[in-house]
Ligand binder design. Sequence first.
Ligand code: ADP
Ligand code: MG
Length: 606
Amino acid sequence: MNRINLLSQRLANQIAAGEVVERPASVAKELLENSLDAGADRIEIDLEQGGVKLLRVKDNGSGIVKDDLALALSRHATSKITNLEDLESIGSLGFRGEALASISSVSRLAMMSRSDSDEEDNGWKVQVEGQNMNAKVEPIAHPRGTTVEVRDLFFNTPARKKFLKTEKTEFTRIDEIVKRIALSRFDVQFSLQHNQRSIHKLLPAKSEQEQQRRVALVCGPAFVENSVYIDVERAGLRLWGWVSLPTFSRSQADLQCFYVNGRIIRDKLVTHAVKQAYRDVLFHGRHPAYVLYLELDPAIVDVNVHPTKHEVRFRDSRLVHDFLFSSLHKALAEVTPKDQMTGETSNPNIKIVDLPSSENKQAKAFVFQSPLSLQEASPPPYQVDPHSAGGSLASVQDQLAVLAKLSSDNEEVPPLGYAVAQIHGIYILAQNKEGLIIVDMHAAHERITYERMKLACENEELKMQPLLVPLSIAVSQAEADCAEEQQQVLLKLGIELERVSAEAIVIRQVPSILKDSNIEQMVRDVLSDVLEYGSSDRIQSHQDALLSTMACHGSVRANRHLTIPEMNALLRDMEATERSGQCNHGRPTWVYQSLDELDKLFLRGQ
Ligand code: ADP
Ligand code: MG
């Protein structure tokens, strides 16, 4: 064994750098955070060769006084906290006092700065050299603010350098960080240059509209057009931002930005709460997109849990989880067809909705959504069309009556309009004042039934209806065991049954909303679900899934003939039902195309 000796400053810093300086993007993050902490409202980022050759961040913040310059580059030196109490409610992004020391130990770093308090000076430059990282300060001309220049990252740590990817990849990662940070501070102007080429210039965004534009620039316009703006405040917690409508989901969890008091966070608790909020409405295996800001008292969140400060710990994690879940769940439930259609479609092209790939091709010519704000959302009027008699094609008379309504200025036409016909036994065609609506009647009915059952289940008043003739079905022994064990659970789902032999059960009552469906099939499906999901406490959490199965079987199947009044009633039900824009599996229940868009399809007026 060797004798023990004290590591040199540089080596100690290089070891610490292992945790925080993984690649150029981590350098960018630390420098940008420092500029924001210094109160800058204009930040310029300059890169060469993916930030490896040069990464320069210039800000117009407070600057650093001459006497502090050397300290700024030493480890355990910070202006952001002074004692343990400060650590318990951190308002700044940085506080560990090690970023600059770490970065300067693995690169050639120079910092130029001028603060307001050094009135006579033009500015100062600091660099460190040698194993002990001695600081050298010299005068230089610099405007108020700070510039940090990081050259030749990892030039002295070849092992780290080997892990760097191509210039393009490293650049993309920095770009990603810049964009995410830009979304955390709408009031700050950011510009990014790479190899002398200007990549972005994001002007300060003051109004909600300008903020929305920045979000569109960073996340793509489709995200903004297909999302809901929310702003909820409760018990000292505030959640605001944009969440995608379920019909705009992604195959990867790549468009998810979450900020806690302005800090970018990746947190399991947050991901879980959001996922749960979308559970009912998102197509299996798809991911929601969101840009969300959580604001809370800094004292109830611990930010000092990870060197890169990407994670936090909430003091009351249950409270935060519930708040996130319930706010988002409610927001998604409140999206009505009317919301989804308000506003003009700004994009002259037909928008492509990012749907699960199998659906993609059929549905992409249609627009589902446009920007909307929940505050403006009000439930649409629920009314049954007084016109139209039986038949699955509207009679000439009906059509005339509907046309009169559509063209009249004083008639309130419901958002999903009036049914015109049923086609291929699957779709309902309807028209409203502005265009054409196509409804997948099974998907729509399924959602309505499901929401009703959930509501009834919640209120424990799922009405049951005794069967005139109890239905006896042959099942496997395992299914019969399960039916017997889970009798109470099934009863809560509205199914009363009894085991009559080793391999037979008798059904006595079923939910009255499902009385007309194929009861035997439904009970079999429910039993197999119960079997698959195992123990009874897991059933509780899968109750929705069971209800969904039941709703699916209880809903109008394809090829069932619907009369025009039935179709209209379905449309009105959809308008009044929560989450009616998606079926239980997250597929859209309706699509809409405005007259303008129809005109474009036929090159009318061009
Ligand atoms: P931390 O941010 O955790 O305090 P850093 O090593 O990142 O640690 O920075 C050390 C100190 O240098 C900061 O506390 C701050 O006082 C000062 N500093 C760094 N960057 C800037 C800047 N862009 N403008 C003003 N002061 C800065
Ligand atoms: Mg810092």
